[in-house]
Design a protein around this ligand. Sequence first.
Ligand code: ZN
Ligand code: ZN
Ligand code: ZN
Length: 432
Amino acid sequence: MGQLIHLRCERCGAPTEASDPPWIRCPSCGSIAGFDFTSSAESPEYAEFMRRSMKDPQGYVKRWQDHDAAVVKAAQTFHKSPEKGLKQAAEAAEFLIDETPWAMPTAAKHDSGKREAYKLWLGFELMQHKLPGKYPGLQLKLNEAAAAVGFGANENPLPAFEKMLDVLREMSDERERLGGPPDPEGLSVEGRLRVTVSQMVAGYIRMVSPDLQLALLRRIYGDDAISAVDISGQDYSVYFDWECPQCGLFSPHVPQADKLTCPGCYCTRRVDFESMDAVAVICHGCGSRLELAAKQLSCKCEYCGSQVKRFVRQGDAQREVIAEVKRGIAAANNFSYEEMMAESDGFGVTPENRLERLRDGLVRIAQWYNFGITPTRMAGFARASLPGEDAVNVDALLADAQAVAAHEVQQGHGDPKAVKLLEMARQRLAGK
Ligand SMILES: [Zn+2]
Ligand SMILES: [Zn+2]
Ligand SMILES: [Zn+2]
């Protein structure tokens, strides 16, 4: 199941389009209406931002420190002359437009009138965070709410999400009360709130199940604006699932990785991300293993009805940047990129030790990714790694993994959240 967003432009009523990704905008008056979470990390501008910050991390930190100091200075000026203070804050805000262009609407970058309007509007808000009003306290509340929403492992984030909306609404009320500059797009308070929230949760929303995505999107844009369509059951922008060719363990990996290491047997492999060969995938709805034939892009899960899709070509922009950085590191240290990317068989796998490798791999997945994967998906890693086995044997493997994880906690170097995740995965496996 996927989602279709049909929004009408708040200003002129025309249907909006996603023709300027990641922005959802009105083709007739140009106003923005939302932020498309499926394309936000794929823009060339984001890749450029990554390239700059990874190549010169100190320069990156310095630029942000200078920016922060400029905002503090503007707030000090504001005490003496509000008009001058706001002007300084607007100049400081220009940094954001140039440093993080991927988060800025196209008009803010290329239309000089809009650019000035955005500078004032952003600058006012930046400065409020440094002034003794309500803003700093509201920001703390917002951070708390965002932390409570979690990173994709929280199965019921809606109450925390509501809290987040409340705080953002309080912030815009406060902006109104203080007489902040007008919205650069001419949006109403509610219209701006939709854009802000959709942008804030763009990264998060990719980590959650399709049902939850639908609930969150309806909450942001309204029930009528969102319809569920049968296109894709999962978004792989955060982690995709990979089947180790040596031990058979399924494990999550970031899409921008250029070489994958299996957490079970530690073999390393370069992967052809454009391959259309037959492949096994995990249903994130129920955790079943499903087989996709060569060239088949998606299928409907025969057990729970979710749409399940193949991972293809996401994160190319970042992958390119990482390869560039690795080439630079290799050249500076007198070895080659090819040596760096060489494959290895890790610990090796035999029929005798395979189950042990799988068990240890599941423990590591639970320890490293417990913040970002659901119990159903965790159960899916075990089920998919033991194709054709009875649920009893899959549960035995998860029980072993849980025991090892619990033992590590007793030894003082494990993570109790990993034990909990494995325990809940066993409950999902048993249909609870
Ligand atoms: Zn319009
Ligand atoms: Zn492996
Ligand atoms: Zn399913």
